[in-house]
Design a protein around this ligand. Structure first.
Ligand code: SF4
Length: 399
């Protein structure tokens, strides 16, 4: 692949995006509440938590979306990104039991599974000729250690050298460091040497320990999540970051979550993409959750884009929000819709109905319908190619 390349730190973002943004902001008559935010942007002032709360409270969603979209246009023009990837969840056995999680199983459950390395590789083999990324996250298996994952990554690299490995959330890294009695940094260095390309951002939920205690007691703390990503960035492993919203958090806690990630991004330049997704309730244990409406999803996407100037890409994760919302989100500040995915359990067990049989042509159509130009990218947002429709395999395996 590659019509063009970009330094990982830019991730295809226009270098002069702030100049472009300021020029476009001048032409608009803003409401009083947003004018104060726009003034700060024009004066190169960093938005703070109270600005973020104003964005969440502003009544006019279309105006908020317009402000976010002007940010997106200044950064990427009409480009919107996707990749060819497959998800393989290596195990659903987990020693924790987060209340929002519909995926985990205890080791004795009839549908508990743990893929051997050979089974994992034969699963990847089915997709390998038309993907360039495998995304793997899973439960905290009580016996698998760092050596197990090093063997897995080495075999993937050996047998599918064109496939980037984006794997293991922060809590999995923490768990493996405990099982193998190694520091976080030692674990990350071992994985990088074995072939790991980047970390997905899962597990951030809301970076507020009071919220975490209710929705995911026992998981890594907010600070541990940040420390693990910082350690990854320090050794040259880029990562994504996420936010699970629509459980019990307040708008202020969402904003503070974003600001913690933004500040880390400013220090390390290691975040590639922010992925906000709403809580899906099926088979979970959070009856007190305040489920998000469609408007709320678009609002979160828009606020993310405006607040997170240190994280280039904002992802509309169609596996969670569905295709129609993803298409709309591309007009509310998002610029990326993830990838082909092909098989997905974590969101679908919680209630997602997003189709899994999409190929690159269908993803490109979704992007085009939103008024954007479909651009294929690699995992690390360093290589890009304008999409040209391709002849896809007739029968793609769907799980
Ligand atoms: S969210 Fe992750 S850590 Fe929590 S129970 Fe589910 S699989 Fe385990």
């Amino acid at each position: 692949m590659s019509n063009w390349k970009s330094a990982v730190v830019d991730a295809d973002r226009n270098k002069d995006w702030k100049v472009r943004l300021k020029a476009s902001l001048q032409d608009v008559h803003w409401s009083e509440s947003l004018q104060s935010i726009v003034n700060k942007i024009l004066d190169d002032e960093q938005l703070d938590a109270s600005d973020g709360c104003i964005l969440f409270e502003t009544k006019n969603l279309n105006e908020l979306g317009h402000l976010a979209n002007l940010h997106k246009l200044a950064m990427f023009g009409n480009n919107a990104y996707f990749n060819s990837n497959v998800h393989i969840n290596q195990t659903n056995i987990c020693v924790l039991a987060c209340r929002f999680c519909a995926f985990r199983r205890g080791p004795k459950a009839s549908d508990a599974y743990a893929l051997s390395i050979d089974t994992y590789l034969s699963e990847l083999e089915k997709f390998s000729s038309f993907v360039n990324e495998v995304h793997s996250v899973g439960g905290l298996h009580p016996e698998w250690d760092v050596d197990h994952y090093c063997s897995l990554f080495e075999r993937i690299r050996e047998e599918h050298p064109h496939v980037s490995i984006k794997a293991l959330t922060a809590v999995e890294i923490k768990h493996l460091s405990q099982v193998s009695n190694l520091s976080i940094k030692e674990v990350l260095i071992r994985f990088k040497d074995a072939g790991l390309t980047s970390l997905p951002g899962g597990g951030a939920e809301i970076l507020d320990d009071d919220v975490r205690q209710v929705i995911c007691n026992g998981k890594e703390s907010s600070q541990e999540y940040l420390d693990i990503h910082e350690a990854a960035h320090e050794i040259g492993l880029p990562s994504n970051c996420t936010m699970l919203f629509g459980t019990i958090e307040t708008a202020k806690q969402r904003v503070e979550h974003m600001i913690q990630l933004r500040d880390l991004g400013h220090r390390t330049n290691g975040f590639q993409c922010f992925v906000p997704y709403p809580f899906l309730p099926d088979s979970t244990r959070l009856p007190m959750a305040q489920l998000s409406t469609g408007q709320e999803i678009l609002r979160v996407i828009a606020v993310s884009r405006i607040m997170l100037d240190s994280i280039p890409h904002i992802k509309a994760y169609r596996m969670n929000i569905g295709d129609s919302m993803a298409e709309l989100a591309l007009q509310f500040g998002a610029d990326d819709i993830d990838g082909t995915v092909k098989q997905e359990s974590i969101m679908h067990l919680a209630g997602s109905k997003t189709p899994l049989n999409y190929g690159v042509n269908q993803l490109a159509k979704l992007v085009t319908r939103s008024g954007n130009i479909p651009i294929k990218r690699n995992t690390t947002y360093s290589e890009f190619e304008e999409f040209v429709p391709v002849k896809e395999p007739r029968r793609l395996p769907v799980v």
